[in-house]
Design a protein around this ligand. Structure first.
Ligand SMILES: Nc1nc2c(ncn2[C@@H]2O[C@H](COP(=O)(O)OP(=O)(O)O)[C@@H](O)[C@H]2O)c(=O)[nH]1
Ligand SMILES: [Mg+2]
Length: 465
């Protein structure tokens, strides 16, 4: 996500990061590079100007604190300002005082409204809500079918009417949702290729009928400044409360994400990071800033792990790790947990310091399968007590898994390394990854993230099953 911007910003900060003393000249150079990086990422010109001025002022006046070098202080300032730029507020959706909470999705055709409607329904259902979907895009019959199909996939009812009147469809849909005691209703509306008068009128009418608790504007991140212009026009015509930014998995440069809050005053609430239906996330500006600056995103990683891994499985693993044990059984289950979290490349990028190192590295899924085959060729005893694996056992394992003794040896060696790492962590020492930014204290969790009670965790992982 935002790879080029991320590279450029990290490059710009690379020059000052390690410095024990910061000369004005070094700061000026860094600011020039930051400015270029942002402009190249298609960030709004006024936003760039203001951002750089703000960072420069703070950097020049930066006090040297005990824990941070001046260089690190500048990185911290950039991180804070990026966070503020994307909106320090909450990404929580408003809840109606008396249900149902109505969420209206608006946006241009192709921006991802219908997909986002289904994704949001799934997200809310996984939070324990009872969502329903209302089809109000009646311009193309295919649009309703699309929503119905998605609704079936996630087992959320879709309310549709045989009418060409979107206002009537919304009225009827809401009535049925109420009758079925849905506590949140998501309304998918029609879009057009451009903003035009009929679209605005239709949206206005639908809005008056639906009386939504939240109006969310769906914007395609790939369209950069164009998305921001759309947002500005919408804001003037049909006010909205927040943005759903889609297609962040594509090669979006970051301009929309970084400008939309500053230009419209409305925060990004949700981001869509892939085509799969569970790939919609609440937006956390601080975490996004960390990702952009290559500081990884440990909180998102933990949340992904929580969602993908059964709690007892996780506890058992933690227990073993605390003891500094890491057998091949652990190896296998760790690998499987990791797989369930999604494509490996994406997961590994969230680890601080690893993202920039992984650039250009192809994570070889075939190699992972090979590792799995090797472990599966071991006897249960060998998995538990790897030290019994002698020369002849190695040969047998290699034959059984269709690999070479050398590959088996490699795996035995990396398990040892892993165990060493675990022992360090068990003693409370974080293993240091090269290239990791040391920013002192970990970040505070965002409004929707961070500490989550066990019971809720359990509920979430149940809902996934
Ligand atoms: N890669 C990717 N594709 C998306 C995402 N969201 C939507 N799409 C695709 O974009 C196209 C338009 O989406 P759709 O929901 O029909 O847009 P609508 O016209 O606004 O309702 C579809 O092909 C979707 O699969 C996303 O976050 N990532
Ligand atoms: Mg649609």
């Amino acid at each position: 996500m935002f790879d080029t911007l991320s590279d450029r910003l990290q490059g710009a900060l690379g020059g000052v990061r390690g410095s024990a003393r910061l000369e004005d000249e070094a700061i000026s150079r860094a600011m020039r590079e930051i400015r270029l990086a942002l402009l190249e990422a298609d960030v709004n010109l006024n936003v760039v100007k203001e951002f750089v001025a703000q960072v420069r002022e703070r950097a020049l006046g930066a006090e040297v604190t005990k824990s941070l070098t001046p260089g690190q202080e500048v990185v911290r300032i950039v991180h804070e300002e990026l966070t503020a730029l994307m909106g320090a507020g909450s990404s929580k959706l408003a809840v109606a005082p008396s249900p149902p909470t109505v969420i209206l999705l608006a946006g241009l055709q192709g921006s991802g409204k219908t997909t986002a409607a289904a994704k949001l329904a799934l997200l809310l259902r996984n939070e324990g809500r009872k969502p329903g979907l209302v089809a109000a895009d009646l311009q193309r019959p295919a649009a309703i079918d699309q929503l119905e199909q998605l609704g079936r996939q996630i087992q959320v009812p879709v309310y549709r009417e045989d009418t060409s009147d979107p206002v009537g469809a919304v009225r009827a849909g809401l009535q049925r949702a109420r009758a079925e005691q849905r506590d949140v209703v998501i309304v998918d509306t029609a879009g057009r290729l451009q903003i035009d008068e009929p679209l605005m009128e239709e949206l206005g009418a639908v809005r008056r009928e639906a009386r939504p608790t939240n109006v969310l504007l769906v914007l395609d991140a790939m369209t950069g400044q164009e998305a921001v212009n759309v947002a500005q026009t919408f804001q003037e015509r049909v006010a909205f409360d927040g943005v759903v930014l889609t297609k962040l998995d594509g090669d979006a440069r970051g301009g929309a994400a970084l400008s939309v809050k500053a230009v419209t005053g409305k925060p990004i609430k949700l981001v869509s990071v892939g085509e799969k239906l569970d790939q919609l996330e609440y937006f956390h500006p601080d975490r996004m800033a960390s990702r952009i600056l290559g500081m990884g995103d440990v909180l998102s990683l933990i949340e992904k792990a929580e969602a993908a891994v059964e709690e007892d499985e996780q506890q058992a693993m933690e227990e073993r790790l605390r003891k500094g044990q890491f057998t091949f059984d652990d190896f296998l289950s760790a690998q499987r947990m990791l797989r369930r979290m999604g494509p490996l490349q994406g997961v590994l990028k969230l680890i601080p310091g690893l993202g920039s190192q992984l650039k250009g590295v192809d994570i070889d899924e075939a190699q992972l399968r090979r590792v799995e085959a090797i472990v599966l060729s071991m006897t249960p005893q060998e998995r538990r007590l790897p030290h019994v694996i002698n020369g002849s056992r190695r040969q047998r394992i290699a034959r059984g898994s269709g690999t070479t003794v050398q590959q088996v040896n490699q795996l035995l060696e990396s398990r040892k390394q892993m165990e060493k790492l675990m022992k360090q962590m068990g003693k409370g020492k974080m293993p240091t990854l090269p290239g990791q930014l040391d920013l002192g204290a970990p970040q505070a969790p965002g409004p929707n993230g961070g500490s989550r009670s066990k019971s809720k965790k359990k509920k979430r992982s149940k809902a996934r099953r």
